[in-house]
Design a protein around this ligand. Structure first.
Ligand code: HGY
Ligand code: MN
Ligand code: MN
Length: 382
């Protein structure tokens, strides 16, 4: 007999599934179908659904936005061709945990908008708007690869912050490293991290007729930056990734005029991160000088280290039979909320640790254990 988790999970598993992982960009068709699914789940539980004017959805047990409600939930959006658990697991688990709470325990389930920053470039966009961590007019103007702005996709100007009167917040999320070898863990911290856009500009020219000595080819300087970032990160015991690049004119037989690469850099502490990014920028700039290339660096989003409420984390760990408490290098909406509301995170074991990939997976048993743990924590906190 399939578990309560497996049958509810099966309802959303096909939504946004491609032949290579999930494509669930914020406010696109698949995510809108997931939002409808969310509203249907809330209706089945007599929960009131509200939007906050920032693209975030909330299902409320009791009075919406009342004092003392405990918030749970996560996000629906995925990285392009990502896994199915990162985000949705926290929302499915939240509805199942609510089913296990006696009446009168007032909780809210959230579906935060654009957590991955995969479409509009700034991660946790919805929770940053809700908490005032980003200016609504700046957010409104963020555009996707097709030039559609967040305001156009939302259908209105984002409302911006509102006073948060939650008693506490708990986000359940699949673990994304290889550090958890029991079904459920508790988060201690989120590494500081950020995204920096490097623009390398050179001279467009003919691939066939331009002598090598006469070229100002930004692709070379870009390639150097990629190698330098990798080297500097290894030396610093930190993480640096360039997973996204854009080339103009992007033609096989044309030397590019512009190569744009996005650096994702993360480290266990602020000073290591700062030193890492400075080293990468310096090496790229020095090399650009030698190559006759112009380079500009734009920080697109920088997220400070999050240290979750230690008393709450230990209380939750104890409640869950001394579940391990561990940090993560992944950003989360819970990290944004933690500056405003006592916040905890529960991790569900990811046997391979692989994430942001179609190979991301958690077992039904561990997901069931996650639901049980979330219900226990919500019962205690409410
Ligand atoms: O990139 C991250 O850390 C998260 O998956 N948004
Ligand atoms: Mn993610
Ligand atoms: Mn996530």
């Amino acid at each position: 007999m399939s578990s309560a988790f497996a049958s509810l999970w099966a309802e959303i598993a096909p939504i946004g599934l491609t032949d290579n992982g999930y494509l669930r960009f914020a406010l696109t068709e698949p995510e809108r179908v997931l939002r409808d699914w969310f509203r249907n789940q809330a209706d089945r539980r007599d929960m009131t659904v509200t939007e906050d004017g920032n693209g975030n959805l909330f299902a409320w047990r009791g009075e919406p936005w009342a004092d003392g409600v405990v918030l749970t939930g996560s996000h629906f959006d995925s990285v392009p061709h990502g896994g199915g658990y990162d985000g949705p697991l926290g929302i499915v688990s939240a509805f199942l945990a609510v089913d296990r709470l006696p009446a009168g325990r007032n909780v809210a389930v959230a579906a935060f908008c654009e957590e991955e920053g995969g479409r509009f470039g700034v991660p946790c966009l919805g929770s940053r708007l809700l908490t005032g961590a980003i200016d609504p007019s700046h957010a409104a103007r963020l555009c996707d690869r097709d030039g559609v702005s967040f305001e156009e996709a939302l259908g209105y100007r984002p409302a911006g912050p509102r006073r948060l009167r939650f008693k506490a917040a708990v986000e359940l999320h699949i673990e994304q490293g290889r550090a958890l070898d029991v079904p459920v863990g508790v988060a201690s911290a989120i590494w500081p991290h950020g995204r920096w856009r490097f623009d390398f500009r050179g001279d467009a020219d003919h691939a066939g007729t331009t002598r090598m000595a006469d070229r100002r080819d930004p692709m070379l300087t870009y390639a150097y930056m990629v190698l330098a970032a990798n080297k500097e990160a290894r030396l610093a015991g930190a993480h640096a990734t360039i997973g996204r690049v854009a080339v103009e004119p992007n033609a096989t037989n044309a030397i590019p005029s512009l190569v744009r690469g996005w650096l994702d850099a993360r480290a266990a502490d602020e000073s290591t991160l700062e030193t890492l990014v400075e080293a990468i920028v310096k090496r790229a700039t020095d090399r650009a000088g030698r190559d006759g290339i112009a380079v500009s660096v734009e920080p697109e989003s920088v997220t400070a280290e999050v240290a979750f409420d230690t008393a709450l984390a230990s209380r939750v760990s104890e409640l869950l039979g001394d579940a391990p408490i561990l940090p993560t290098g992944a950003g989360h909406d819970a990290g944004v909320l933690s500056a405003h509301v006592p916040t905890a995170m529960l991790f569900v074991r990811n046997p391979t640790g692989v994430s942001h990939s179609p190979a991301e997976h958690a077992t039904d048993d561990d997901c069931e254990a996650g639901v049980e743990a979330l219900a226990t924590v919500l019962l205690e906190l409410t």
